[in-house]
Design a protein around this ligand. Structure first.
Ligand code: ATP
Length: 248
């Protein structure tokens, strides 16, 4: 279980998150939805210990994050939104780095990697330098790195961006399979149709605040069964912003 308890983050004078609370149960695919700059990556980076919230608490499986960072990190596979610092490595070098960070044995590494290379159609590119890859190939490289150790919790920051239709389909199936085993998948997305297809829990963020936390079915039931897109745009879009006094 993942719990955010009134988490706030301020960068300088910018309030990126304000009193964000939600709970993700085992078996859930949780989608964080919001405009550019809504605070999705800030929430995710707080959970994977890249940044510290200014206020509030994050708990994972009953343990407080700031008191159990190492143990919690080992449970998490994370795909960053712009992992620039690894671009000079080859894909294989990156995966080896991930395997050693998660203390995988050579045998486990070989077994998992063989499976994932095949699944993501990356065999031919395994020795290529990441900076020479297309966006989709980079994305596949980082997804493979994140799930190489078969972590319980998958945290994916905009994982579908740049994936071809086959890879996007395969990833969605993998996310569903992972959640069906009672594990957690948390991802951010701008693709509402993806959220609609696979999420059993969503949170809509706007300017660092949670506007909605619950199931898509409940959200639609509360809104005359309109499409997720039209509900989202009413809640978080330009129309809603002008109704509340304009964009910052
Ligand atoms: N390191 C930083 N320093 C200052 N401000 C930051 C920093 N990182 C993020 N912000 C600001 O915090 C707010 C939330 O940013 P964040 O990256 O979390 O949004 P996001 O929802 O992930 O956006 P996107 O969909 O564009 O990736 C934005 O206003 C952003 O400019």
């Amino acid at each position: 279980m993942i719990e955010f308890k009134q988490v706030s983050k301020v960068y300088g004078t910018k309030q990126a998150l304000r009193d964000v609370s939600f709970t993700i149960q085992p078996g859930e695919i949780f989608g964080l939805i919001g405009h550019n700059g809504a605070g999705k990556s800030t929430a995710i980076k707080s959970l994977v210990s890249i940044i510290n919230p200014t206020r509030g608490e994050i708990w994972v499986d009953g343990e407080k994050l700031d008191q159990n960072r190492l143990e919690i990190k080992k449970k998490i596979g994370y795909v960053p939104d712009s992992p620039d610092m690894f671009l000079r490595l080859s894909a294989t070098e990156y995966w080896n780095l991930m395997a050693s960070a998660y203390e995988l044995s050579d045998e486990e590494m070989t077994q998992r990697l063989t499976y994932l290379l095949d699944l993501f159609d990356m065999k031919e590119n395994q020795y290529g330098i990441i900076s020479s890859f297309s966006h989709g190939m980079r994305q596949k490289t980082f997804i493979i790195g994140a799930i190489l150790s078969n972590p319980d919790i998958w945290i994916l920051d905009e994982p579908m961006t740049g994936l071809d239709p086959q890879a996007a389909f395969d990833l969605k199936e993998m996310m569903k399979e992972h959640a069906a085993k009672g594990k957690i998948v948390l991802f951010s997305t701008h693709a509402l149709e993806v959220a609609q297809q696979i999420c059993n829990h969503i949170a809509i963020l706007k300017k660092g605040e949670i506007l909605y936390d619950g199931t898509i079915e409940d959200l639609q039931a509360e809104n005359e069964n309109q499409s997720l897109e039209s509900i989202y745009l009413k809640m978080a879009g330009r129309e809603a912003q002008s109704a509340t006094g304009g964009v910052e």
